[in-house]
Design a protein around this ligand. Structure first.
Ligand SMILES: Nc1nc2c(c(=O)[nH]1)N[C@H]1C(S)=C(S)[C@@H](COP(=O)(O)OP(=O)(O)OC[C@H]3O[C@@H](n4cnc5c(=O)[nH]c(N)nc54)[C@H](O)[C@@H]3O)O[C@H]1N2
Ligand SMILES: Nc1nc2c(c(=O)[nH]1)N[C@H]1C(S)=C(S)[C@@H](COP(=O)(O)OP(=O)(O)OC[C@H]3O[C@@H](n4cnc5c(=O)[nH]c(N)nc54)[C@H](O)[C@@H]3O)O[C@H]1N2
Ligand code: SF4
Ligand SMILES: [Mo]
Length: 693
């Protein structure tokens, strides 16, 4: 038996990418744990991270390039070599660009710290059409944050470890989890911080909260308007901070004047005294207070404004760049270091504009996935004929899969680059299988935060199957397409050296800990010299950016629709055991949670004669399916809830095939329903019928 070697890398079982340490012997993974050198991780992994070894060894994932030989979605494939696959891609792309130009190619990925590769690749092909998945995740929150602070959601980090009061709106931190964040929050709670949790149902996070407030679905905006009302009326805000850094306070004051706690009680179901009390309690702890709007506020048609109200509350308690508050994530420049060089640094920008640059009725920003679908469907403003879904599964992550497939049928080429048979891969013309995260290296990246560092995902073992890392797949395609000068790399080490040029850091510097810290001390701006990326350089309660785009900065509250009798609003979310729709087939995780069930309020269930554990039929215009009921007092009577990602329709994934029910199938007719300002998809505007099966 050979020696055990230790490799530092990054987990890939979800998009959090926790730093890990991997033990390898004789080319096999023997052990994976959280990187012990990272204090917030300290060796810890979640269940999904621990199941990573079984993912690597799982044969129920694509093992070589696969070319579709039957109709789309038929599951008829031919295994081909990489050479054949690349020739096929190049031939098809050349045919398409010959007719329609390079702009007929689009690529979408899940976004995140490695997207320099994807964005540079599409630029090298001469197309402006790169987009990420954010319209299905945090887009409204992101846009709301930008409108207030000028910074995006991802530019700010939460200093949980040092805070005094955490207010979470459906941010289920202990199940929809990030290991480091969980540890920091637990430490803060041990040190006496308070946790207020607002959700339509009692989650694990609710069970750890000092105060759980069950809210009527879709009414968080009403709650926040009342909190703002009390904070302004009682002058509870941080006057020094606000006077110095916030503009538009008097406009906010007159806007919020009628939104009293008593009014909000009728909307939200949360007693007025609880609202007043929350406003007063957080004010005593400011600025060490965090209002976290999570992602789930971002699922209704007014979510931009409810998210905006969360950031306004953060501004009023003056927590920006304060210990225990919201901190601007610092990068290499802030640490006085040279940033990693972008792969695309020397690639000229495409001459054409992105597909929705000039579309009318557009939400803030560009690169909206539903606008891409519009272009694919109508050929306007110009035809999009080739689409790469890289690390992205739109068919599983957006409403109404059948409607999506009809739109995608307008493409001449649909390629999925994935580690799984995703729903989108299954409908593609070609699957290019990426090596799993333990079998490959990635580009280096910067972990921004109070203490920025460069981090590495380092290959631990050789690929088990005929798969390749993304950097190599994109390099090979670029070469076949005559754009090889922009991707001249022969190995990942060449890429790393290119990225590190001028930084003074060497590849070997990552060996000891898996990361290279760029500072010893946390970097905080002087609170007297703050900078905001808004046009005025201040926190803008009345946003110039929104005004320029013809959107109001404050929107009157509109009460969400109440479901009819026997109907409920369909809510969804995650468990600690699964990542979206991608892990249900994992041997271990499947054992932990193999099906989803329908949470339904006890009183509502009694009215319908539904018993706990009995099968129920859930229906939604023309589609219906059955799962078990979980009857509980701990969910609001207007809503039912199920875990996302179940109801797999791909027979090759035998463990999860047809287990549980898919929430996206129930979201009939919702493709196209968005928040008109932020652009996020309004998944929760979905009403379903429920009856005994
Ligand atoms: N284990 C695990 N962790 C994950 C992920 C994963 O797939 N698995 N995914 C990651 C990603 S991409 C994301 S975006 C995050 C998501 O993180 P979160 O947004 O924290 O988690 P979710 O589970 O999606 O849903 C949160 C909650 O919103 C509640 N909710 C629904 N409607 C309302 C409402 O009107 N008001 C309020 N206040 N609450 C409401 C739901 O009941 C649910 O409990 O999780 C991340 N972490
Ligand atoms: N109905 C409903 N819809 C939802 C949600 C919901 O809860 N309910 N959640 C929403 C949210 S918050 C999000 S973030 C999105 C998530 O949906 P997506 O944005 O599609 O993201 P993921 O499902 O995390 O991953 C996409 C694909 O990446 C693949 N993948 C994973 N690791 C790798 C890798 O290393 N390399 C490559 N090439 N591929 C990899 C996975 O197999 C998967 O097919 O869905 C959104 N849509
Ligand atoms: S949260 Fe869990 S699955 Fe996600 S990266 Fe961290 S250890 Fe891996
Ligand atoms: Mo997400």
């Amino acid at each position: 038996m050979g020696e055990i070697s230790s490799v530092f890398s990054m987990c890939g079982m979800c998009a959090v990418r926790c730093p890990i340490r991997v033990e390898v012997r004789d080319g096999e993974i023997k052990w994976v744990e959280g990187n012990p050198h990272v204090p917030a991780i300290a060796g810890a992994l979640c269940a999904k991270g621990s199941a990573g070894i079984s993912f690597v060894n799982d044969a129920e994932r694509p093992q070589s390039p696969m070319l579709r030989i039957g109709p789309r979605g038929s599951g008829q494939w031919r295994k081909i070599t990489w050479e054949e696959a690349l020739d096929h891609v190049a031939a098809k792309l050349k045919e398409i660009t010959g007719k329609h130009g390079a702009k007929a190619i689009a690529i979408a990925d899940r976004g995140g710290v490695f997207n320099d590769l994807t964005a540079s690749f599409i630029k090298a092909l001469g197309s402006p059409n790169y987009l990420d998945h954010d319209d299905t995740c945090g887009k409204n929150v992101n846009m709301a944050c930008q409108s207030v602070f000028g910074y995006g959601r991802g530019d700010l980090v939460y200093d949980f470890a040092n805070t005094r009061h955490i207010v979470l709106y459906g941010r289920n931190v202990f199940e929809s989890l990030q290991v480091g964040e969980v540890n920091n929050i637990l430490d803060a709670l041990d040190a006496g911080a308070k946790l207020t949790y607002i959700d339509i149902r009692a989650t694990v996070t609710a069970s750890k909260a000092d105060k759980f407030l069950m809210i009527r679905p879709g009414t968080d905006y009403a709650l926040n308007l009342a909190l703002i009302h009390v904070i302004l009326k009682e002058r509870l805000y941080d006057a020094d901070f606000v006077n110095k850094w916030v503009t538009g306070l008097s406009e906010l004051e007159s806007f919020a004047s009628t939104y009293t706690p008593e009014w909000a009680e009728k909307e939200t179901g949360i007693p007025a005294h609880e609202i007043t009390n929350l406003a007063r309690t957080v004010s005593m702890d400011r600025p060490k207070v965090i209002f976290h709007g999570g992602w789930m506020l971002a699922r209704y048609t007014d979510s931009f404004y409810s998210s905006r109200s969360v950031y306004i509350l953060n501004a009023l308690v003056g927590n920006f760049e304060a210990t225990g508050g919201l901190i601007l994530a610092k990068g290499a420049n802030d640490a006085g270091a040279k940033p990693l060089r972008s792969i695309g640094a020397n690639i000229p920008n495409a001459q054409d504009k992105i597909f929705d640059a000039e579309m009318s009725d557009k939400p803030l920003g560009t690169g909206h996935i539903l606008n891409l679908y519009k272009a694919i469907k109508t050929g306007k403003p110009y035809p999009i004929k080739a689409f790469f879904a890289y690390r992205y599964d739109p068919i599983a992550s957006m409403p109404d899969p059948d409607e999506q497939k009809k739109i995608l049928d307008n493409l001449d080429l649909l390629i999925s680059i994935d580690v799984n048979y995703s729903q989108t891969a299954w409908y593609s013309d070609l699957i290019l299988p990426e090596a799993s995260y333990l079998e490959r290296s990635n580009l280096l990246t910067t972990l921004k935060g109070k203490k920025p560092s460069f981090v590495i995902r380092h290959q631990a073992i050789q690929p088990k199957f005929d798969t390749k890392p993304a950097w190599e797949i994109f390099t090979l395609i670029a070469n076949k397409m005559g754009a090889g000068q922009y991707f001249p790399f022969k190995s990942i080490e060449e890429i790393w050296n290119y990225q590190l040029e001028g930084t003074g850091v060497k590849i070997a510097d990552f060996d000891e800990k898996g990361l290279v810290s760029l500072t010893n001390e946390p970097i905080l701006m002087n609170r007297d010299e703050l900078k905001f990326k808004t046009p005025s350089g201040k926190i803008e309660l009345v946003s110039q950016w929104m005004t320029q785009n013809a959107f109001a900065s404050f929107a009157q509250y509109a009460s969400p629709r109440k479901p009819e009798n026997g109907h409920f609003r369909l809510a969804f979310g995650r468990s600690a055991f699964h990542t979206h729709a991608q892990t249900q087939n994992n041997i271990y995780l499947n054992e932990l949670a193999s099906e989803n069930e329908l949470w339904i309020n006890q009183g509502a269930a009694e009215n319908l004669g539904i018993k706990d554990g009995a099968m129920v039929e859930i229906g939604s215009s023309g589609y219906s399916g059955k799962i078990k009921a979980k009857v509980t007092p701990y969910i609001h009577p207007e809503a039912v809830f199920m875990l996302h990602g179940f109801g797999n329709e791909i027979p090759l994934k035998t463990r999860s095939f047809q287990k549980g029910l898919s929430d996206t199938r129930l979201e009939q007719g919702l493709l196209g329903k968005i928040d008109p300002v932020g652009g996020g998809i309004a998944f929760l505007e979905c009403m379903v019928s429920v009856k005994k099966a």
